[in-house]
Design a protein around this ligand. Structure first.
Ligand SMILES: *[C@@H]1O[C@H](CO)[C@@H](O)[C@H](O)[C@H]1NC(C)=O
Ligand SMILES: *[C@@H]1O[C@H](CO)[C@@H](O)[C@H](O)[C@H]1NC(C)=O
Length: 226
């Protein structure tokens, strides 16, 4: 029979409560697409994407951006223009888990289906009429849509594919808030058909259940970001 001393018992209690803490905790949200582990910490250059400035040297300008009232040029294939203000534009949001976007739409302008891998988005329409929507994950892939007018607000949950289309006769403007300092954007068509190098057509013909000609056509398009 093993005789357990008080110290061993205390160690087991502490160890198991540590384990249960680990079991209840979840992963912190990454602030970059990936972080390949380094064996040699002398080669590490940054943590969470950015160094921190000495707080004594911070100024109001670190938390400031000017010009989000200016309409953006929407003369591109999609007829829309996204101005994202993340930690790269406002260094003061570093580690604060927040960012902002202005989205301009010409008539029929589209912000095409995309996802933000690290953020939920809440969108407010200021001008125009937008048909917006998101699709839930597998297996249901339920589409939630709404036609939004000025003052209307809509939420796009983290990671879900969503879009906004200008269905009014005028330009449209919306502002979006996102709960990451670096939400990331994956535009579905660009990622799937515009990857560099291209994904093998063998993958895409089977995935999309279409003829190789259709995939060749799509992969030959010039996929730009708005
Ligand atoms: C968005 O608008 C800015 C300023 O109007 C312009 O410099 C930029 O090229 C536009 N982006 C796209 C994708 O059209
Ligand atoms: C998904 O679809 C199934 C089958 O129709 C249904 O039972 C389930 O409630 C749906 N789940 C959600 C979250 O809508």
């Amino acid at each position: 029979m093993v005789k357990m001393g008080i110290h061993n018992f205390a160690t087991i209690v502490i160890f198991s409560s540590t384990l249960s803490l680990i079991a209840y905790a979840f992963d912190p949200s990454p602030l970059q697409d990936f972080c390949v582990a380094l064996g040699d910490i002398k080669s590490a250059v940054f943590v969470n994407g950015k160094f921190c400035k000495d707080p004594k040297l911070a100024t109001a300008n670190d938390f400031f951006f000017q010009g989000l009232n200016i309409p953006r040029n929407t003369a591109n294939k999609l007829g829309s223009n996204v101005t994202l203000l993340n930690v790269d534009q406002i260094p003061g949001v570093n580690t604060l888990g927040i960012s902002l976007a202005r989205i301009d739409f010409g008539p029929n302008g589209l912000n095409p289906p995309h996802t933000h891998p690290r953020a939920t988005e809440i969108l407010t329409v200021l001008e125009g009429v937008l048909y917006v929507g998101f699709v839930t994950s597998n297996p249901n892939n339920t589409l939630f849509t709404k036609v939004l007018h000025p003052g209307d607000v809509f939420v796009f949950p983290i990671g879900l594919i969503h879009f906004q289309l200008n269905v009014g006769k005028t330009n449209a403007v919306a502002f979006a808030s996102l709960n990451s300092q670096n939400p990331g954007v994956i535009t579905i068509a660009n990622a799937v058909f515009g990857s560099k190098p291209p994904i093998s057509p063998d993958v895409l013909t089977k995935a999309f259940q279409v003829d190789k000609k259709v995939i060749d056509y799509l992969q030959a398009q010039f996929w730009t970001n708005n």
